[in-house]
Design a binder for this molecule. Structure first.
Ligand SMILES: [Zn+2]
Length: 128
């Protein structure tokens, strides 16, 4: 994946994030705020409050976010952005192999390759 590709996915993720945050407009949440480190537009300087895991506020916010599908999607997007800034974007979280470009374009926030996702879904269904 090239710098240009990453930038493209970053733009898509940020745009999607903006849309969801707007939809969830009523929600006043520390988790939802992204803080640019400076105003020069250096996106690599973005930091996420969710990185401060383990605090009571974080746990409350997380429980709240998980209660809605928008919240879950938002967390997936934040997660994808964190991976992107760490240089891990596009690799399957489960097997570490690159996720196909077509899959990323269809679902920029995806964490797993098709094979691992299917495995997970089979396992989830089996457990029910
Ligand atoms: Zn995989």
């Amino acid at each position: 994946m090239t710098e240009k590709d990453l930038k493209e996915f970053e733009d898509r993720l940020l745009a999607e994030r903006k849309r969801i945050v707007k939809e969830m407009g009523h929600l006043e949440s520390t988790v939802l705020k992204v803080n640019p480190r400076d105003s020069a537009g250096d996106l690599s300087g973005y930091s996420f409050h969710m990185a401060d895991a383990g605090t009571d506020a974080y746990e409350r916010e997380k429980a709240f976010l998980f209660a809605s599908s928008e919240g879950r999607l938002l967390m997936e997007i934040d997660d994808a952005l964190r991976r992107l800034y760490r240089g891990e974007y596009g690799s399957c979280e489960s097997c570490g192999k690159p996720i196909s470009r077509a899959r990323l374009e269809a679902m920029p926030a995806t964490r797993m390759c098709v094979a691992c996702k299917e495995k997970e879904e089979r396992a989830t269904r089996g457990a029910q």
